[in-house]
Ligand binder design. Structure first.
Ligand SMILES: O=C(O)CC1=CCC(=O)O1
Length: 273
């Protein structure tokens, strides 16, 4: 296992980094973060420096040459932040595997993270067998074989008709992803389980679920919030109606509002530190 190299895109490019709170946003398996987060970031770009990182072999990140764990993704996010804004503590929001990376940031790098928005994610996602089967499938047949099933899991009913361009753009990022890197992500998810570590997360956390998500239903967000609160941390769970697995693309205005409220509150706590 090794920390992969990650690359990022600044989604609030009209201002230099450093003047405003830094919000790092992360992707779900198969998506490019700029596409997944574009609409939400557009609503936040006046108030925050928004930086979107990509999974290995997805979007702007290079392919992975060896396996990695979700914990390695979290360390790689910290390395990435230090390469663009050295030593800066940041707010973090991530979807699904990007959300799992966020929980791992809270577990292992809580001193660097000012708040966590964990979206359409869980402390454990799916079963190891299913992830290892998917890794084998994508290695044998490439990412196109995943497109039909992903479209069914990712979007709430009616979204593809309402937003044909965005949904097609998201599915193109899956088609363009490197199959080997995608398979490594599946293997990282097979081994991922931070359920017994939630109590160690002390940063303000919001767990956001899609009511129509069949991959990680709202009970997963409730489990995260309950586990963190039990550890003395501060967390709450929110369910978005009409949303499946890609909340920032499906409900950007609502997600932006949730992030504004979380970050605003977390910044007041920081002032007193
Ligand atoms: O199965 C999918 O494609 C959805 C998903 C599970 C983990 C993740 O990041 O995305």
């Amino acid at each position: 296992m090794a920390e992969p190299t990650l690359k990022a895109v600044l989604l609030s490019p009209e201002r230099d980094l450093g003047d405003r709170p830094l919000l790092v946003v992360g992707p779900s398996l198969g998506t490019a973060a700029t596409v997944l987060w574009g609409a939400t970031a557009g609503l936040l770009a006046n108030d925050f420096d928004v930086v979107a990182w990509d999974l290995p072999g997805h979007g702007v990140s290079p392919k992975a040459s060896e396996p990695f764990a979700v914990a390695d993704l979290a360390s790689a996010v910290v390395t990435l932040v230090d390469s663009i804004a050295p030593g800066t503590n940041f707010h973090y929001a991530g979807v699904s595997l990007g959300g799992a990376t966020g929980l791992q940031l809270g577990v292992a790098h809580g001193d660097r993270v000012k708040s966590l928005s964990i979206q359409c994610s869980g402390a454990k996602i799916g079963t190891p067998e299913a992830w290892l089967d998917r890794a084998e499938l994508v290695r044998a047949q490439g990412t196109p074989v995943l497109i039909q099933g992903s479209a069914e899991r990712w979007f709430a009913p009616g979204f593809m008709d309402r937003a044909p361009e965005l949904s097609s753009h998201l599915l193109h990022s899956l088609r363009d992803a490197d199959p080997t890197s995608y398979a490594f992500c599946c293997e990282a998810l097979a081994a991922y389980d931070v359920r017994t570590h939630l109590a160690g997360i002390k940063v303000p956390t919001q767990a956001v679920a899609g009511a129509a998500d069949t991959v990680v239903p709202p009970s997963f967000a409730e489990e995260i919030a309950a586990g963190i609160t039990a550890g003395g941390g501060t967390a709450n769970a929110v369910t978005l109606e009409g949303v499946a697995h890609l909340a920032p693309a499906e409900a950007p205005a609502h997600v932006a509002e949730l992030l504004r409220s979380l970050i605003g509150w977390a910044e007041t706590l920081e002032v007193g530190k």
